[in-house]
Design a protein around this ligand. Structure first.
Ligand SMILES: NC(=O)c1ccc[n+]([C@@H]2O[C@H](COP(=O)([O-])OP(=O)(O)OC[C@H]3O[C@@H](n4cnc5c(N)ncnc54)[C@H](O)[C@@H]3O)[C@@H](O)[C@H]2O)c1
Length: 270
């Protein structure tokens, strides 16, 4: 259903790898709501070619960018403004990757070069995007920038490993840059802390199925899926949320404020 919530708005959406990606659903819904935008992902991720389908479906140009490369990001913001015909109103950072998680490294035996890669890809890239946008003066006033986080930033989930530190950093960057961008351009910056979701990044975490089911039972509304996360992102890009900034917004079906639930008690009593 379209209410044209994003009519006339121009955006950049990163991180759509395949149809399960949260960013994929955000792109579909942004298109439905009248936005025009460019799509971006790491050049390696694009070799799979899936993103081309989304580009056609949403009439969106695809601009490859490794989110850790300042040069790529400059090109992304410059080309996006050229293609879309003006400054940018919304940006989605939907990027996460940990070589330590991917390669099954134990938390007591982390590879520190990989740890730095985790932080660079999953958190510093958020800062890099905003610094690039600011230097190029690429954002429109009252624009909205969003990153996607996970509750492991606040609570320990052992298998999430160094991604927990990356998410804590991501959320901190949202506050610091939100302050700066709020004053200079009235741009708001937030993170959405999403339930476990069946995507490539999500299911890369060991024991994800158990994790997923536990969270589902610990949430009065159940886990929030990618589709509903995309709805929330659209509302955050719309003019209905103009005064929300520097927040980490829980989108988790009630997980973060539940102590225990009947569903979990029932499961544990079996
Ligand atoms: N799936 C979950 O359970 C879950 C829960 C909470 C938060 N999140 C977060 O949501 C975001 C999107 O993840 P997703 O679950 O849709 O998985 P996904 O695997 O579909 O998306 C992750 C994206 O990051 C991209 N990426 C990796 N390295 C990159 C780089 N150097 N430059 C540019 N892009 C790069 C990948 O190509 C991919 O498109 C991530 O930040 C993730 O941590 C996911």
């Amino acid at each position: 259903m379209s209410n044209n919530l994003l009519k006339g708005k121009r955006g950049i959406i990163s991180g759509a790898l395949d149809q399960n990606s949260i960013a994929w659903k955000v792109a579909e819904k942004a298109h439905e709501q009248g936005a025009t935008f460019t799509l971006t992902n790491a050049p390696i991720a694009m070799r799979m070619g899936e993103i081309n389908k989304l580009g056609e479906q949403c009439n969106a140009e695809i601009i490859p960018a490794d989110a850790t490369s300042m040069e790529d990001l400059e090109n992304l913001f410059t080309k996006s403004q050229e293609t879309l015909g003006g400054k940018i109103d919304f940006v989605l950072h939907s990027i996460g990757m940990s070589p330590n998680v991917r390669k099954g490294k134990d938390y007591g035996d982390l590879n520190y070069d990989w740890f730095q890669k985790t932080l660079d890809v999953s958190a510093l890239s958020f800062h890099k995007m905003m610094q690039t946008a600011e230097k190029l003066d690429a954002m429109n006033e009252w624009g909205s920038i969003l990153g996607l986080s996970y509750i492991a930033a606040q609570r320990t989930f052992p298998d999430y490993s160094d991604m927990a530190q990356a998410k804590a950093l991501l959320e901190s960057i949202a506050r610091s840059y939100g302050y700066r961008f709020g004053i200079s351009k009235k741009v708001r910056v937030n993170t959405i802390s999403q339930s476990p979701t069946m995507t490539t990044a999500g299911s890369g975490v060991p024991g994800f199925d158990v994790f997923f089911n536990y969270a589902d039972k610990m949430s009065p509304l159940g886990n929030a899926d990618a589709e509903s996360c995309a709805d929330y992102c659209i509302s955050m890009f719309s003019d209905l949320t103009r005064m929300v900034t520097m927040q980490n917004l829980m989108h988790d079906g009630g997980f973060s404020t539940s102590g225990i639930t009947d569903a979990l008690v029932e499961e544990l009593s079996k």
